[in-house]
Design a protein around this ligand. Structure first.
Ligand code: F0G
Length: 447
């Protein structure tokens, strides 16, 4: 297993290297190769551990203090919840940062969601507050900054929709052409609209996400386009800041459980790396149990977990939560490590449970897209099973904004007579009598 930080004698003069997970080969931080040039393994970033102005190691409270100071400083005039953790993300990035800004998302406490899940200590880290409405912006600000500093002529990704929206926005800001591969007919309306609006070249692939990912990897190899999927190690660095930020919001006291929706497993991998580093640097003194939640129709990782991860499974994915409609997750091995190191769990929840949780989150006035609700559905499941009890502090990550998937919402509320939670709009003539009739019929609900 490779070391967490660079030793003094390694990579002289460099702040970070890209190290192969499989064979340990190092590439320079600015090498644009998407995977290891020796063996094709996934690359991970290894930084030099943070130091103070005198070159002494910076850990624990002193490092926490640096992050507090940096809170509103990076980039100048644009406080970013990613770049204040620069020394653990991309040290020495300089001022050429492509930042919206992003991050600084709230940690919400809602009595209705506590009641819904049965978890009194539930907090919701809402990543839908990011500029393009999902957590993908955190990785994309770092990935795009890397693309700019390595002189990439174009950037590309495969996506179920949120990564493509984020890529399109950040590529536009950086002035680099963006190319996205999405499964035709399987991308939620809001995400497709964003991707087109921000100007990325959009390929509607006749195939699922897994096909799109294979295709974009080939295209990036053959055409020399910089790959910005979550296997890109710099995107992982950006996504770690979800964890750093929520720990900072909790005064660096780890919750008992940290629950997130899981598809391609990039975020599970990023959370594992963040917790490993936070523990090693004394930012926290224990890690939360990581809980990855998959949709039942797209749950190869949950199946692997039940079997002690003896086999890497692949499935034909199908779920209403299109963001996590993924059958062959790319970051499998890293995610296994994250679950093992945190005594974590992997669950699957049905589409009905996802929609039920989403309706509860929406009705609490918070709102999210379907895939995001998997985390809250997972909390409810663990309370039911007695794994989470009333004394536990739990953070559920909600990954995307309610407006990402208006199609599902309109379908549920307007077109499904059998849906019990439907809030049907009422068409009326423009008269006060018509208004009064509606109010009368809803008197109880409105009084
Ligand atoms: N939640 C949302 C809203 C997502 O968009 C995704 C992934 C996930 C959860 C799962 O994260 O893949 O790291 O396990 N969306 C990717 C995309 C695949 O293309 O936007 P993961």
């Amino acid at each position: 297993m490779s070391a967490l930080f660079l030793a003094d004698h390694e990579a002289p003069g460099q702040a970070s290297v890209q190290r192969c997970d499989a064979c340990g080969h190092d590439l320079a931080a600015t090498d644009p190769a998407p995977v290891c040039t020796q063996c094709g393994g996934l690359l991970a970033i290894v930084h030099r551990a943070p130091v103070d102005v005198d070159g002494a190691p910076l850990t624990g409270a002193a490092l926490q203090g640096r992050f507090a100071q940096h809170c509103c400083a990076r980039p100048v005039g644009h406080p970013s919840g990613v770049w204040r953790f620069e020394s653990l993300v991309m040290p020495g990035a300089g001022d050429a940062i492509t930042s919206h800004p992003e991050g600084n998302t709230p940690l919400l406490s809602r009595a209705r969601l506590a009641a819904y899940t049965g978890c009194d200590g539930l907090l919701v880290k809402h990543e839908g507050y990011n500029p393009t409405g999902s957590f993908k912006d955190r990785g994309m600000t770092v990935g795009t900054t890397q693309a700019v500093r390595t002189g990439a002529r174009a950037v590309a990704c495969a996506s179920t929709g949120n990564t493509s929206a984020a890529l399109a926005s950040y590529a536009a800001q950086a002035g680099i052409p963006g190319l996205v591969f999405v499964p035709a007919g399987k991308v939620a309306l809001g995400k497709m609209a964003q991707t087109l609006a921000y100007g990325a070249t959009t390929l509607l692939v006749h195939g699922d996400f897994d096909k799109c990912l294979a295709l974009v990897q080939e295209a990036s190899r053959d055409l020399g386009i910089y790959l910005l999927n979550s296997i890109n190690p710099w995107r992982v660095e950006g996504q770690k800041t979800i964890v750093f930020e929520l720990l900072q919001q909790l005064g660096w006291q780890s919750p008992d459980f940290l629950v997130l929706p899981a598809g391609n497993l990039g975020n599970t991998a990023a959370f594992g790396k963040a917790l490993r580093e936070a523990l090693a640097l004394g930012l926290i003194d224990r890690v939360p149990r990581l809980v990855s939640v998959q949709a039942a129709g797209a749950a190869p990782f949950a199946r692997g977990f039940r079997e002690g991860f003896a086999t890497r499974h692949r499935v034909q994915a199908e779920t209403i939560a299109t963001a996590i409609r993924i059958g062959d997750p790319a970051s499998w091995d890293r995610a296994v490590r994250a679950i093992r190191e945190t005594d974590g769990l992997v669950l699957s929840v049905t589409d009905d449970e996802i929609i039920d949780a989403k309706v509860a989150i929406d009705a609490a006035g918070v709102g999210c897209e379907p895939a995001s609700a998997a985390s809250v559905a997972g909390v409810k499941q663990l309370v039911r099973e007695g794994v989470i009890t009333s004394s536990h502090r739990v953070v559920a990550v909600v990954t995307g904004h309610v407006l990402k998937d208006p199609g599902t919402l309109i379908d549920l509320h307007q077109h499904r007579p059998d849906f019990p939670g439907a809030n049907r709009p009422v068409e009326i003539e423009p008269t006060i009598e018509a208004v009064a009739r509606v109010l009368e019929s809803r008197r109880q609900a409105l009084s």
